[in-house]
Design a protein around this ligand. Structure first.
Ligand code: ATP
Ligand code: LTN
Length: 326
């Protein structure tokens, strides 16, 4: 069975974008693949984090995975820092990565241009991501479009290692959703909906209340044409709402456009809000039940054992191939 692996950083509250671009795909494929989903906590400290909040978010992330439909019987669920091999393997890949290729990562360039004190970790984190993926020989990595370049780096490094030391790693493929690969900010629909934004007016958090969700969708930026059609360049706001609706309804954009034909923007937004509220209310109900039980700890304990065993074998193979150790 082919293996699928993904992770969502606990660096902020998960958003509707994280759900559509990341979690929803893993849920969709969990019956067809040997599925791994983890919390990449080491990735989140590439920018400063409040230690207390970070610990809370780690637990919240796992509870949200489950509440969104990740089945613990079909997935290996674990915390990155519970397995020391991720960081160890990352070092080996750092020594295989060229400065030029690491410098080409657009997400780094983007984030670095907006911050004054940029950590070396922010620069090297795609390499840690490579280790996360290759350590378990993942075949497929469900991600939003912003992460595609990082999965491509993982592909290149797997191929480079295999060429230099002999076949060792599976070369992974990104799995990008056909609809919803980049959910946009509701207030600025030419920019990605992001959980690390200070201003959350344009970001729907998975744990937002019904009232807040409705308010954010009803005040989403649109245009003055008052015709519901899909046109990302000229109508980014309406196109984004259509994308959200289609993805959550599991229908094509064309079907959504047909469904809303002739409707005014107010009624359209209202219907999109109803759907988002319906889905998120259900997720939130499950989330609160999970948070008030020991489920998260039990699942992470079980996951840690499984992945440490797998990673130990892989890492020892790598050491031998590279000529490290005694
Ligand atoms: P940030 O928004 O803080 O930059 P991130 O999106 O880079 O965070 P994660 O939350 O770890 O980080 O991303 C989890 C997954 O969700 C990734 O696969 C990412 O591509 C996807 N994702 C995040 N935001 C969106 C979005 N707005 N649209 C589609 N996919 C998204
Ligand atoms: N870098 C990703 C999160 C992430 C990830 C991974 C996703 C870390 N390791 C491995 C898929 C596979 C992000 O910033 N969203």
């Amino acid at each position: 069975m082919k293996r699928l692996l993904t992770g969502l950083k606990p660096s902020g509250e998960l958003t509707l974008g994280s759900y559509i671009g990341g979690i929803k795909q893993s849920v969709k494929y969990q019956d067809s693949y040997d599925s791994f989903i983890f919390v990449p906590d080491l990735h989140s400290i590439t920018v400063p984090q409040d230690p207390i909040l970070l610990k809370e978010r780690i637990k919240k992330n796992v509870a949200l995975y489950l509440a969104c439909g990740i089945d613990p019987n079909k997935n290996t669920i674990y915390l990155q820092s519970d397995n020391l091999y991720h960081a160890n393997l990352s070092w080996i890949f750092e020594c295989l990565t060229y400065m030029g290729e690491a410098s080409r990562m657009t997400q780094y360039k983007d984030k670095a241009s907006k911050n004054i004190n940029v950590s070396v970790g922010l620069f090297t984190y795609p390499i840690l991501m490579t280790a996360d993926i290759l350590l378990y020989d993942a075949d497929f990595v469900p991600v939003g479009i912003d992460q595609k370049q990082h999965v491509e780096l993982a592909r290149n490094l797997a191929e480079r290692f295999n060429k230099r030391y002999g076949k060792t790693f599976t070369v992974p493929n990104p799995l990008i959703p056909e609809i919803g690969a980049k959910i946009m900010d509701l207030q600025n629909p030419t920019k990605k909906m992001s959980k690390s934004d200070d201003d959350t007016k344009g970001t729907i958090l998975l744990l937002d209340s019904e009232e807040v969700i409705r308010k954010k969708i009803m005040s989403a930026v649109t245009d003055s044409e008052n015709i519901i059609r899909y046109d990302v360049i000229n109508k980014p706001g309406i196109s984004n709402l259509l994308t959200i609706y289609s993805s959550l309804k599991n229908i094509s954009i064309e079907e959504a456009v047909l469904h809303f034909e002739g409707m005014n923007y107010g009624s359209f937004k209202h219907e999109v809000a109803d759907l988002v509220v319906e889905i998120l209310t259900d997720i939130q109900k499950k989330y609160h039940e999970i948070m008030s039980s020991n489920t998260v700890d039990e699942i992470l304990d079980k996951g840690a054992k499984i992945v440490n065993n797998l990673a130990k074998d892989k890492y020892e193979t790598v050491l031998k191939k590279v000529g490290l150790g005694r």
